[in-house]
Design a protein around this ligand. Structure first.
Ligand SMILES: *[C@@H]1O[C@H](CO)[C@@H](O)[C@H](O)[C@H]1NC(C)=O
Ligand SMILES: *[C@@H]1O[C@H](CO)[C@@H](O)[C@H](O)[C@H]1NC(C)=O
Ligand SMILES: *[C@@H]1O[C@H](CO)[C@@H](O)[C@H](O)[C@H]1NC(C)=O
Ligand SMILES: *[C@@H]1O[C@H](CO)[C@@H](O)[C@H](O)[C@H]1NC(C)=O
Ligand SMILES: *[C@@H]1O[C@H](CO)[C@@H](O)[C@H](O)[C@H]1NC(C)=O
Length: 435
């Protein structure tokens, strides 16, 4: 009698496992075909056949047990093989929102050296064009465009991006690429065509001047690099990038950079003063209208960031271990440690050049602000917002972004005194990734 009730349940479990196995096989076989690595041990496993023999009915518990054991061993073999297969080109996508320190963190990869092709905010062109064309209101269309452009760029194909550059490049030549000088890769010899006086404005690429950018040259240079990294503050939902994670030609690693939404708002109120005029008024009034579009926007941003992180941390099958969450506050306080962790996660060598860049740019002697200061000073800088953001505004952020604060380990403040009491840290120690 008992077996009648237990068998169907076992069967469901087996089907789920078979489904997973098939997913792995399809991904693995794609990679194998492309990279010509030794034959995948799972492909000829025959595991499904053993289980589903005789028209879907199971033979005997002992057969099944041995089938499981076999599959377990083959999965172990698979992970060894996977390591071998992915020891190649890496594609890093640094996902953030504005005022979270993403330019600074992007430099960790820009400074890697000759193996890295780094692009700074290429989606700026896409957002701008879509906004000009239709007011930028169609989030679905934007997400699709972002995804397709990123996918092409990771493959060193600039053609779709080109169609968004204004004015449209002629013969793949442009003088309008946004922040070209922020990508070392777009300033090096192979991509720096001679600057001819009077024809174009020169690009000031750090210490040198280059002529207009030849995107064919950029693409050729990109193809020669071992790894590619792109920083973007424009992607709203991690899930929209699923096709990148599943693309067998890519080995994508997503790094999501987050920051305390209260600090982000404080920073935006300064950096984008005109856009955040209402918030200044509310700060003075001591009253925040929760139904205002500005507040709804803030809530929307917080929700997007949180939902992306929730998916990333849940590690669904399509994503696996391709996701890492990093808090700005941790980077500001422990830049070297966090940079090493990020490099370990991506599987790219942490070069002496990155190390020395971090050392140089986190010295107090530079006298700079923000994350460009020593650890102790950084800790102070990280919490500076607590003395500029009015308590009422902090409360409003806590109200609409509460779940986001909780997920990332940012403590709520219950009074003005708590907000401005330096001996109370608002950053909980939190480990998000098992590296
Ligand atoms: C499977 O089912 C088909 C059709 O019902 C039948 O002809 C066949 O003999 C079955 N095979 C086994 C191994 O039971
Ligand atoms: C695992 O791989 C080794 C070496 O390639 C092979 O000899 C062995 O049969 C494999 N084991 C299984 C269970 O596939
Ligand atoms: C938004 O874009 C999607 C995808 O391109 C399209 O299917 C949809 O009709 C658009 N919606 C609006 C309101 O324009
Ligand atoms: C751009 O670079 C490509 C590849 O190096 C070259 O063939 C082409 O002539 C260049 N275009 C111009 C206008 O210089
Ligand atoms: C700040 O917090 C600490 C620790 O909770 C407390 O001992 C201290 O009295 C507080 N200071 C002020 C000024 O409220």
């Amino acid at each position: 009698m008992k077996i009648k009730y237990t068998l169907p349940i076992v069967f469901v479990v087996a089907l789920v496992i078979i489904e997973k196995e098939n997913n792995i096989i399809s991904r693995v076989s794609d990679k194998v075909a492309l990279k010509q690595t030794p034959q995948n041990p799972l492909q000829s496993s025959g595991f499904s056949t053993i289980l589903l023999k005789q028209n879907g009915s199971l033979t005997s518990p002992s057969r099944m047990k041995s089938a499981f054991t076999l599959m377990k061993r083959r999965l172990e073999n698979y992970s060894v093989h996977q390591e071998v297969m992915t020891r190649g080109k890496k594609h890093i996508l640094l996902l953030a929102t504005t005022r979270t320190g993403s330019s600074f963190v992007g430099e960790f990869f820009n400074q890697q050296g000759n193996d890295m092709f780094y692009l700074f905010e290429p989606l700026w062109h896409v957002e701008r064009m879509l906004t000009l064309e239709n007011g930028g209101t169609n989030a679905t269309a934007a997400a699709k465009a972002y995804r397709d452009v990123l996918q092409q760029l990771f493959l060193c194909d600039f053609s779709l991006l080109e169609s968004f550059i204004d004015p449209l490049p002629v013969d793949h030549i442009t003088n309008a690429l946004f922040r070209r000088a922020s990508s070392s890769s777009l300033c090096e010899n192979s991509v720096c065509s001679p600057f001819i006086k009077g024809v174009f404005e020169p690009y000031h690429c750090r210490t040198r001047r280059c002529g207009p950018l030849n995107l064919t040259m950029a693409s050729e240079s990109c193809l020669k690099k071992e790894h590619r990294a792109i920083k973007s503050v424009r992607v709203r939902q991690l899930e929209t990038l699923r096709p990148l994670a599943e693309d067998p030609r890519l080995d994508v690693k997503f790094i999501q950079l987050v920051r305390d939404p209260r600090a982000v708002l404080a920073s935006r109120m300064v950096a984008f003063a005109a856009k955040y005029r209402n918030w200044k008024q509310w700060a003075m009034d001591g009253e925040v209208p929760i139904d205002d579009d500005g507040v709804k926007n803030l809530k929307g941003n917080c929700d997007n960031i949180r939902m992306s992180a929730e998916i990333g941390l849940r590690q669904p099958l399509w994503l696996g271990r391709r996701y890492m969450l990093v808090r700005y506050e941790d980077i500001a306080r422990f830049p070297m440690r966090k940079a090493k962790e990020m490099y370990r996660f991506t599987g790219i060598p942490f070069t002496p050049r990155v190390k020395s860049w971090i050392l140089r740019n986190t010295q107090a002697s530079k006298g700079a602000s923000g994350v460009y200061s020593t650890q102790k000073k950084s800790s102070e800088q990280v919490e500076k917002w607590r003395f500029t953001l009015p308590f009422k505004i902090a409360q409003a952020v806590q109200k609409v972004c509460g779940q986001t604060l909780k997920l990332f380990g940012y403590k709520f403040v219950s009074s003005e005194e708590m907000l401005t009491n330096k001996s109370i840290s608002l950053i909980e120690d939190k480990v998000f990734n098992f590296l």
